[in-house]
Design a protein around this ligand. Structure first.
Ligand SMILES: Nc1ncnc2c1ncn2[C@@H]1O[C@H](COP(=O)(O)OP(=O)(O)OP(=O)(O)O)[C@@H](O)[C@H]1O
Ligand code: SF4
Ligand SMILES: [Mg+2]
Length: 320
């Protein structure tokens, strides 16, 4: 008997892994005797997103965030593990990616209206389609007359609004937002984040939100996963991770994060450089940069475990 009705996650990834072969070409390897080489871009990542909520993946460049999004979108096949996207009704879930650089996803020779109409699933008559495009433009804070303009006539923030309108045109329920505001000025970032938040509330959208910046995530996240060299090192409710981070890497990220309101600063990684994913450190891969590193950290990889603070943490120094 199962009397308790729980809301199933819309997206679930379990033990997801993706390895890339980055060997030199065969003949070159034959000549130089170089071995095959591979990069574990994503290694044993698990999380779930409930419908209408946001899960943020955070971490420095190269930690595997975009690869997770590409695996979820089906653009990349997992080496191990699984991606499960499903609704209680069993219907197919429509998903759409939104990228950092909206210029790349909009055809420069198409009027905006044509770009927005392209992913529309339903066949609409000309007048109806025009009306729908106008509605979508208004929904994202633009004017119906903008449909006749070309991408170059818009600012970066406006182009990002147009990409969001395209996702809505596709009737996407799950949006994979890969650094959608990173290329924008601080004030414009906040506007786009507010738009995403409003749309989520109105339409019940589900977001996988990717950012290297924890202060951006603060605006709209429900849960946060912190990634380091392909693995989740801390995962849990956003307020717990932001207010009481346990993992030394999450703490480092929070200390070095540029404030959204503050002027732009260089994003040089503090606490040492990021090691090469081609040749990751042994044990806990964070040990060369970690102020708490102990002997065991070089030998044994810590697993994600529940911490007393309420999130899951992969660190030998953190007690359950
Ligand atoms: N198609 C590919 N072939 C080979 N290596 C790849 C490929 N895609 C990603 N990688 C490698 O996998 C690792 C993770 O890359 P990914 O783009 O997922 O990181 P990211 O966290 O999105 O970084 P960024 O913040 O710079 O966008 C990197 O070391 C990258 O070089
Ligand atoms: S396991 Fe060790 S090296 Fe890794 S974060 Fe924890 S204390 Fe630092
Ligand atoms: Mg990326």
């Amino acid at each position: 008997m199962n009397a308790i009705v729980t809301e199933q996650p819309l997206l679930k990834v379990a033990n997801l892994g993706r390895t890339f072969d980055v060997s030199a070409p065969f003949l070159q390897r034959l000549a130089t005797g170089a071995p095959r080489r591979s990069v574990k871009a994503v290694d044993g990542v698990s999380f779930a997103i409930r419908p209408g909520t946001t899960f943020s993946l955070v971490g420095e460049s190269g930690c595997g965030k975009s690869t997770v999004a590409r695996l979820v979108a089906g653009l990349e096949r997992p080496t191990v593990g699984a991606v499960e996207i499903r609704k209680d009704s069993g219907e197919r879930v429509r998903l759409q990616m939104v990228f950092q650089d909206p210029v790349g996803s909009l055809n420069p020779r198409w009027r905006i209206g044509q770009s927005i109409a392209e992913p529309m699933a339903r066949k609409l008559g000309r007048i109806e389609r025009r009306k729908r495009i106008g509605e979508l433009l208004v929904t994202v804070g633009l004017a119906p007359s903008d449909a006749d303009k070309y991408p170059h006539e818009f600012s970066g923030g406006q182009r990002q609004r147009i990409s969001i309108a395209r996702a809505l045109a596709a009737e996407a329920e799950l949006l994979l937002l890969d650094e959608p505001t990173s290329a924008l000025d601080v004030s414009v970032q906040a506007q786009v984040l507010n738009l995403l938040k409003d749309l989520q509330q109105k339409l019940g959208l589900t977001y996988l939100f990717i950012s290297h910046n924890l202060s951006v995530v603060r605006f709209l996240t429900d849960r946060i996963g912190v990634m380091y060299l392909g693995r989740l090192v801390e995962e849990g409710p956003g307020e717990i991770i932001l207010e009481n981070p346990q993992h030394p890497y999450t703490r480092l990220l929070l200390e070095t994060v540029p404030d959204l309101e503050a002027p732009k600063r260089d994003r040089a990684p503090l606490g040492g450089d990021i090691p090469s994913p081609l040749n990751p450190p042994s044990g806990c891969t964070f040990h060369p940069r970690c102020p708490l590193a102990m002997d065991v950290c070089k030998k044994e990889r810590p697993e994600l475990r529940h911490s007393a603070a309420g999130a899951k943490v992969a660190c030998h120094a953190i007690q359950d």
